[in-house]
Design a protein. Structure first.
Length: 282
């Protein structure tokens, strides 16, 4: 069968079968059987990677995950395996979100200016909030992202969309707040409070706000929440705020330590950070 596959682009199947002394029916049967055995050989590995990715990985990320395990296969092959297992990435269905009309009217400018490059030595935090349904009510999730390595630096979950939620996320940041250079967010009212201003002034953190109604100014945070909504929220049901918080804690750990990020060369944020120069502190 190896001879048949290696030469089928040069000779017809009928000619090869006559040379080998086998029927075409037998040749096709053997090729199909060989393919099925190959698919079965890697099916368990692909299924495990897919499930551990919160059912979000497509063929590209699964191929990189397999390469890390020493298995080299094509995306086309992975697609066949996924089809045979009825595995469909959550990203195959587009999801949309609405935007709040009320906004922060502060005169603070957009100092970030869409400079979203990874690996910058400046410690820049981008922030955003989103809503998640919990037992027929809305709960809110605030996530702070370190722009230099796309790592979730802090998060908080609560029943009210307020500045206190943002402060709780800030309190989770492990590095000294004085090491932060810039804090960028959209103009949501939850980012407009004297408590936050006092915190930023105390630690000498520069504020930066997106232009009103322009999500592109906070594109990295927006993209992260799209991932969260697709990978973590989609298809899940949360009965209590505590249940949501525990579940997101597990997701945040996976996101930082395991998830393959295309913007980081398909490395998890923590692994990407380890490969930075020694004088680079994140």
């Amino acid at each position: 069968m190896k001879i048949l596959k290696a030469n089928q682009h040069r000779y017809t199947v009928a000619a090869l079968c006559r040379c080998l002394g086998i029927s075409r029916h037998y040749a096709y049967y053997q090729c199909k059987t060989t393919t099925q055995k190959l698919i079965a050989h890697h099916a368990d590995k692909i299924l495990t990677i897919f499930k551990r990715s919160y059912q979000s990985y497509g063929t590209r990320r699964i191929r990189f995950a397999l390469q890390q395990a020493g298995i080299s296969v094509s995306r086309r092959y992975i697609a066949r395996v996924m089809k045979s297992l009825s595995l469909v990435s959550k990203y195959t269905i587009k999801r949309y979100r609405g935007y709040q009309i009320a906004s922060n009217s502060a005169v603070t400018a957009n100092h970030l200016q869409r400079q979203f490059d990874v690996g910058t030595k400046q410690q820049i935090i981008v922030a955003d909030l989103t809503y998640i349904r919990v037992n027929h009510c809305w709960n809110y999730l605030c996530v702070l992202l370190n722009l230099s390595n796309r790592q979730i630096a802090g998060y908080s979950v609560g029943q009210h969309k307020t500045a206190d939620l943002v402060m709780s996320a800030l309190n989770q940041i492990k590095q000294p707040l004085s090491s932060l250079h810039l804090f960028h967010s959209d103009r949501g009212k939850e980012f407009d409070k004297q408590l936050l201003d006092k915190c930023f002034n105390t630690f000498n953190i520069q504020r930066s706000l997106s232009k009103k109604g322009c999500p592109y100014d906070n594109a990295v945070a927006e993209a992260t929440f799209k991932s969260i909504k697709t990978e973590f929220v989609k298809g899940e049901k949360f009965m209590t705020t505590e249940e949501l918080e525990q579940a997101f804690a597990a997701y945040a750990y996976w996101y930082n330590h395991k998830r393959l990020h295309s913007s980081l060369g398909y490395l998890p944020p923590v692994e990407f950070n380890k490969r930075l120069p020694l004088n680079f502190v994140v």
